[in-house]
Write a protein that binds this ligand. Sequence first.
Ligand SMILES: Cc1cc2nc3c(=O)[nH]c(=O)nc-3n(C[C@H](O)[C@H](O)[C@H](O)COP(=O)(O)O)c2cc1C
Length: 342
Amino acid sequence: MKKKLNLFSEIAMYLILLAQMLYVFTGTIGWFKAVLTGKSRKTKAGRFADAVTLLLLLCACVMMISSMGVSRVIFPWFKFMMEPVFHRYMATAVLTLSFIHGGMHYYFIAKSKKKAVVIITLLAIAGLAIGLALVPYLNRHLRKVEVVFEEKVRGEKVEMTGETPLVVYFTRVGNTDFEPDVDAVSGASLMRADGVLMGNTQLMALMIQDATGAEVVPITLTGEKYPYSYMDTVSVGGREIREDARPAIEDIDVSGHDKIILIYPIWWGTVPMPVATFLEANDFTGKTIYLLATQGSYGFASSTSDIRKMAKGADVVEGLSIYCDDIPNVRAELAEWLKKIK
Ligand SMILES: Cc1cc2nc3c(=O)[nH]c(=O)nc-3n(C[C@H](O)[C@H](O)[C@H](O)COP(=O)(O)O)c2cc1C
C-alpha cells in the first residue's frame, strides 16, 4: 500500500512538473525569444530578473543530472556527480532562486518597490535556510527508516590480503534507555533492520563484517545511558563535549590488532565522548585507525584532528563520511573502499 502511494505521488508530482512547464502558464518560449533578441526588459530590475531566471534554469538542469548520480539504484552506471552533498546544494540553489524568481514577479507589479525588495530578500534567506539548515535538521531528527537486512547488509565479499581490521563502532542504540515498547521510538532518527532497532554505525559495521568476516565490537556505556528522547540526547551529548567528559565504557582490547576501523556518528562536530574514552584507554602505537563517520550534514568536521590527539601513537586515516540517509545504500561503496585498504 505504502509503495503504491509512493508511486502515485511520484507520478502526480511528475505530471504537475510537466503541467507547470506549459507555455500557457509560464510564457517560457516568449521569454526566451525576448532574452535572445535583446527585447527583454531594459531596466536594472529586468536584467536582474533575467539573470535569476537563467541561473535558475542552469541550476535546475545540473540538479536533474546530479540526481542521476545520486541514485545508485536506477542509474548504477552513472558515475558522474555522485556526491549527494552537491545535489543537495543544487536543490537549495533551485529553491532559493525560485523564491527570488517568484518575488520578482511581485516586484514588477508592486506599488512599493522598497517593500518588494525586503520581501524578496526575506524569501531568499528563507530558501537558503530551508535548504541548508531545516531539511538536514528534519532529516536527522525525524527520520525513521526500515531496511531489509538481507538486501542491504549482504553483498560482495572482500578478501583482505593483510590483517583483517577490528571494527569498533559507537551508536545510540544499545547506549540509550529506550522504552520497552520500541515501536514508540518513531521520529527519533532510528533505523529498523528486519524490525530490529539498529544504529546507523552499527549497520555499517555489520556490512563490513559481511564483506570481510571482521570482528565487530560496540563501544558500550557501563554507567548512565543516553536519554530516550533524541533532543535530550543532543543536549546531553553536547554537555559532555563542552565538559570534555569521559563516560565509562566496557573495556575493548585492541592489542592483538594493527588495523582498526572506527565507525562513529558526528556529534556536535566531533566524536561522541564515549569514543574519546575508548581512544584514550588504549595504546595505539604502530596501529592504523581508519575512520568511518556518519552525519546529518557532511564530512568529518573536527573529528579527525580530535581523534589524532586522543589516539596516541596511531596513524589516523580518513575513510568515508556517510550522510545518515545514505547508510542503507552504502554496502557497495564500503566494499570498494575496503578494497583500497586491504
Ligand atoms: C548528540 C548528537 C549530536 C549530533 N551532532 C551532529 C552534528 O554536529 N553534525 C551532524 O552532521 N550530525 C549530527 N548528529 C547526527 C548524527 O551524526 C547522525 O544522525 C548519525 O548518523 C547517527 O548515527 P547512529 O544512529 O549510529 O547513532 C548528531 C546526533 C546526535 C544524537
